[in-house]
Design a protein around this ligand. Structure first.
Ligand SMILES: C[S@@+](CC[C@H](N)C(=O)[O-])C[C@H]1O[C@@H](n2cnc3c(N)ncnc32)[C@H](O)[C@@H]1O
Length: 246
């Protein structure tokens, strides 16, 4: 039995759809599925369209939300999110402050691991989309706040274990971090450009953080083609990740 509103991934191994259990009908290229029938199913079962095309019912995981959630801008890539999770050692007891929310993709991955995530987004329409994405992902521990994190930092009256900043002007947030980051906690920033990263490093140096590092993570997919096997020729830069500890 899959409960109402539970997110479900339907896959025929070639294409996939992210849906939720409801009374709606879902139209695929191979016919229509009555989503209420999912209530009688378990993950791992199959469900057929009215044209008898079969889909496997899977429980979606964070990379599925990365692929299928609505985007308002460029989300953080899983390779960069992996670096953040690994180098901060984010754990189940941690609380996280995140800005800007964007589509909420990083917030979903953080919420998958941490106890609680509060994420700030200044654009009202992006807040709406992110809240929907987070609801679709079934996350109850991720709260999207509408507001500009720079003035909002002064209004926060709790401390966090990890702070993640993926936004322009992150350097302007850095001077306020000490007041809301637990001792031994981590600040992580993501910045696509050298110029932005240099400003962040300068702000971090003024803030007297320790263990400061800026890294770039290059991901090379290996392509297996008829002509031969080689790394993908796509250029791989996304952004620089700066990690600092209090
Ligand atoms: C690149 S997106 C973040 C993507 C997000 N990390 C994700 O994985 O989906 C940057 C977001 O920061 C927001 N932003 C920029 N400055 C901000 C500020 N001062 N306070 C809150 N949000 C801000 C922008 O509106 C934008 O949506």
């Amino acid at each position: 039995m899959i409960a109402d509103d539970t997110p479900v991934l339907l896959t025929d191994k070639k294409c996939e759809h992210l849906v939720a259990v409801s009374d709606d009908e879902f139209h695929t290229g191979y016919g229509t599925i009555k989503l209420c029938k999912l209530r009688e199913k378990e993950f791992g079962d199959t469900i057929s369209t009215h044209l008898n095309h079969e889909y496997i019912i899977q429980r979606p995981r964070a990379p599925d939300f990365f692929k299928h959630c609505k985007r308002t801008g460029v989300p953080l890539m899983p390779k960069d999110i992996g670096i953040i999770l690994a180098y901060t050692g984010l754990g189940g007891g941690d609380s996280v402050l995140d800005a800007g929310t964007g589509s909420g993709i990083l917030a979903i991955y953080l919420g998958n691991v941490a106890k609680r995530v509060i994420t700030y987004e200044k654009n009202e329409e992006f807040v709406r989309v992110a809240r929907k994405n987070i609801e679709t992902a079934g996350m109850k521990n991720v709260e999207v706040m509408h507001g500009d994190i720079i003035p909002e930092m002064a209004n926060l009256n709790e401390k966090f274990d990890v702070i993640t900043l993926d936004m322009m002007d992150a350097d302007q947030v850095v001077p306020h971090v000490r007041a809301v980051l637990n001792p031994g906690g981590y600040l992580v920033t993501y910045s696509p450009f050298f110029e932005q990263t240099k400003k962040i490093r300068t702000a971090i140096d003024h803030g007297k953080f320790s263990s400061v590092r800026t890294i770039e993570c290059m991901e090379r997919e290996i392509k297996f083609e008829r002509r031969g096997t080689r790394p993908s020729t796509r250029v791989g830069h996304t952004g620089f990740i700066t990690i600092a500890r209090l």
